[in-house]
Design a protein around this ligand. Structure first.
Ligand SMILES: Nc1nc2c(ncn2[C@@H]2O[C@H](COP(=O)(O)OP(=O)(O)OP(=O)(O)O)[C@@H](O)[C@H]2O)c(=O)[nH]1
Length: 319
C-alpha cells in the first residue's frame, strides 16, 4: 500500500515538475495533434493546455516551418532516434518573445530543440516529444562575442584615417595576389601613388586640412575600385593598389581616370579651396618580377620617375 502511495506521489511530483519546469514540453501524436502542452509553452504562447489539447499543432501555429519540421519528425519516427535543432542552425522553432532582463535586446527567444520518439507500452513509436530549451543568454553572448571579434579584426586591418587597408593587411593581400599569379598566371598589376607636393599643403593649410585631402583621395580611389581590387594606405600620403585581372596597359586607364578625377576636384577647408594632383607608378606582373619585394620596388621606381618627369602623371615600369 505504501509502495502505491509512493508511486502516486512520484507521479504527482513529476506532473508538477513537467508543468513548472523552465523547458518547453509538447507531446504530439502521429497526426501532429497535441497531447501535452506544459506551463512553459502556455506562458510563452499565451495558449493554455486545455485550449489546445487535441488540436493540430500546425493549424494552431501556422507560422511554424511545417514542411521542414514534419520532415524532421518523420525521420524521428522512422529511425526511432532523437533529433536536435540548434539555434545556430535555426534561431527558433516557436516564435516566442524574449522576456529575459539581461538579454533584453534579443527580439525573440533563441531555442535549442530536441525531438524525442515516445514509445507506447507495446514498444511502438506512437508519439513524439518536442523539448524546447530557451538558450537566449548563450546565443546573445556568443553573437556579441562574434560581432566584437569581427569588429576587432576589421580594426586591426583598417587604416583609421582613410578606412582603406592598413599597410600590413595590404601587404598580405599583395602577397596573396602574387601567389595567385604564380599558380594561375592571370594578369595583375601593382600601382603605387602619392600626393604631389603634399608638404606644401600641410605648410599652407595645416595638418588637419592635409588629413582631409588624404581622406578625399582615399574616397575617390574607393569609388574607382572593383570588388576584387585591394587598396591600402601604404604610408603617410602614399597609396598602393593591386588590380586583379589587369594588365599594365589596362591599369594605365585606371590610373589616368583616377589622376584626372583628383586633378579636377577640390577640397573645401576653412573657407579655402585646396587642389592637389597625384603621381602614379605601375608595375604589371611580368617575367622580370622574381618576388613580392621586387614587384613593389618596380612600382615605386615608376612612381619616382613620374615625380622626376614633372608629377601629375602615370609611368609604367619597364626594364
Ligand atoms: N596631414 C598629414 N600629413 C602627412 C601624413 N603623413 C605624412 N604627411 C606629410 O606628408 C608630407 C610628405 O612630404 P614629402 O615626402 O616631402 O613629399 P611631397 O611634399 O608630397 O613632395 P613630392 O612627393 O615630391 O611631390 C610630409 O610633410 C609629411 O609630414 C598624414 O597622415 N597627415
Amino acid at each position: 500500500m505504501s509502495n502505491d502511495a509512493d508511486l502516486m506521489n512520484e507521479l504527482h511530483w513529476l506532473i508538477d515538475m513537467v508543468q513548472t519546469i523552465e523547458v518547453g514540453l509538447v507531446v504530439l501524436d502521429r497526426n501532429f495533434n497535441i497531447a501535452l502542452w506544459n506551463g512553459f509553452m502556455e506562458n510563452h504562447s499565451g495558449v493554455s493546455p486545455n485550449a489546445i489539447k487535441g488540436k493540430n499543432l500546425f493549424e494552431e501555429f501556422p507560422e511554424l516551418p511545417a514542411a521542414w519540421l514534419k520532415k524532421k519528425m518523420e525521420s524521428v519516427y522512422l529511425l526511432k532516434n532523437r533529433a536536435f535543432i540548434s539555434w545556430e542552425q535555426r534561431p527558433f522553432v516557436f516564435q516566442f518573445k524574449n522576456y529575459r532582463p539581461i538579454t533584453g535586446r534579443a527580439e525573440f527567444m533563441y531555442q535549442n530543440v530536441t525531438l524525442l520518439p515516445l514509445a507506447s507500452l507495446t514498444g511502438q513509436i506512437t508519439h513524439i516529444s518536442i523539448i524546447v530549451y530557451d538558450v537566449t543568454d548563450v546565443a546573445v553572448n556568443k553573437l556579441q562575442l562574434k560581432n566584437a571579434n569581427e569588429r576587432l579584426e576589421h580594426l586591426s586591418q583598417t587604416d583609421g584615417l582613410t578606412q582603406l587597408h592598413n599597410r600590413r593587411h595590404w601587404q598580405e593581400c599583395m602577397n596573396r595576389e602574387y601567389e595567385r599569379f604564380n599558380r594561375y598566371g592571370d594578369p595583375v598589376s601593382l600601382v603605387m601613388f602619392d600626393i604631389d607636393r603634399f608638404k606644401q599643403v600641410n605648410d599652407e593649410h595645416g595638418h588637419v586640412a592635409g588629413d582631409k585631402v588624404i581622406q578625399h583621395i582615399a574616397h575617390l580611389l574607393s569609388q574607382s575600385l572593383r570588388e576584387t581590387d585591394c587598396a591600402g594606405r601604404y604610408g603617410g600620403e602614399e597609396f598602393a593598389v593591386v588590380l586583379t585581372g589587369t594588365t599594365a596597359e589596362e591599369a594605365y586607364h585606371f590610373t589616368e581616370r583616377l589622376r584626372e578625377k583628383v586633378a579636377s576636384s577640390a577640397i573645401q577647408f576653412g573657407g579655402k579651396s585646396i587642389q592637389v594632383t597625384i603621381s602614379l607608378g605601375i608595375c604589371g606582373m611580368d617575367d622580370f618580377v622574381d618576388n613580392e619585394s621586387q614587384w613593389l620596388a618596380c612600382a615605386d621606381q615608376a612612381l619616382y620617375q613620374a615625380k622626376q618627369q614633372g608629377r601629375n602623371r602615370t609611368v609604367i615600369y619597364s626594364e
